[in-house]
Design a protein around this ligand. Sequence first.
Ligand SMILES: NC(=O)c1ccc[n+]([C@@H]2O[C@H](COP(=O)([O-])OP(=O)(O)OC[C@H]3O[C@@H](n4cnc5c(N)ncnc54)[C@H](O)[C@@H]3O)[C@@H](O)[C@H]2O)c1
Ligand SMILES: [Zn+2]
Ligand SMILES: [Zn+2]
Length: 344
Amino acid sequence: MLAYTYISQNRFQLKDKPKPALADAKDAIVRVTLASVCTSDLHIKHGSVPRAVPGITVGHEMVGVVEEVGAAVKKVKPGDRVAVNVETFCGECFFCKHGYVNNCTDPNGGWALGCRIDGGQAEYVRVPQAEQGLNVIPDGVTDEQALFTGDLLATGFWAAKISEISEDDTVLIIGAGPTGICTLQCVFLKKPKKVIVCEKDAQRRAFVAKNYPWAAILPPEDLEKYIKTNCPSGGADRVIEVGGSDETFRMAWQYARPNAIVTIVALYDGAQTLPFPDMYGKNLTFKTGGVDGCDCDEILRLIAEKKLDTSNLITHTFALSEIDKAYELFENRKDGVIKVAIRP
Ligand SMILES: NC(=O)c1ccc[n+]([C@@H]2O[C@H](COP(=O)([O-])OP(=O)(O)OC[C@H]3O[C@@H](n4cnc5c(N)ncnc54)[C@H](O)[C@@H]3O)[C@@H](O)[C@H]2O)c1
Ligand SMILES: [Zn+2]
Ligand SMILES: [Zn+2]
């Protein structure tokens, strides 16, 4: 089968590999019907994910049809349409029992698919711990609607949840890339009083203005004035940082009101500094981390109820045989791309 493979730094290649087989009673084999390319795949390509193992098939966001299951898998059966979770988790260890599945102690726990073990930019994928790692897609939900369930929507849902948003809150989201927009949709479900989105790219601002007119959308240079005029307590009640640069990190604590919650979803290429003397008296609570992606059944239910719909983020679709072109477009942010989908 065709599988997009991490060869070495800056080199991914479409290779012919054997179709995966069950290796454990808790495994399932899924025939991939739609996969995506994620910013994290680019991090692997650029060599900034030291855990990534050369030779593995990349891709960690996909939907498909169950082909085969191990003897211990009861939740799904061959023929079921499923969304695959970016995280592998056992459901039984200390962390899983508390919902902190990103830190599952299973040898494959956390982000393994498409990083440490073969992933889904391929015709088939082996999913370990399939009872937890697969979620059945409800009837009437398309592959395009379900595609981001296991990674970006799981992230947005988790970020909105840990930010403890109430209906009195003004929420500031920094960065309207695909993850920021998924976060925006999940924040909206919490019915906050006001949502402000800050994004530096004009095309992405236009996308937010068109699709989510209930949110205020601003370039970074206008944010300070807007916050001064619109936030009587001196900043947003909740800030969710989904930008990933030194500047967006600084903005996250700067535009938070005293006693706010600041949730850092973004990953950075380097360390960030909190200048405590400047922040003295702000009494902020910071929340950070890798997504705990354990709410995927609820996310799929919300998609079926039309409360979440991220299919419009797929601006381009390529055949698996043309995946090099998909990466080239996504990596260079050409042609107004937000997300690319890959159809094996
Ligand atoms: N914590 C997790 O588990 C998790 C999961 C998924 C993604 N992420 C991280 O979330 C971040 C966003 O992911 P993405 O796929 O949306 O990436 P992206 O690069 O497409 O999005 C970042 C957005 O921030 C904007 N931006 C950059 N600097 C800005 C500034 N100064 N002011 C306003 N906007 C600015 C960019 O224009 C871009 O649209 C990445 O760092 C990614 O690694 C984390
Ligand atoms: Zn990802
Ligand atoms: Zn576990």
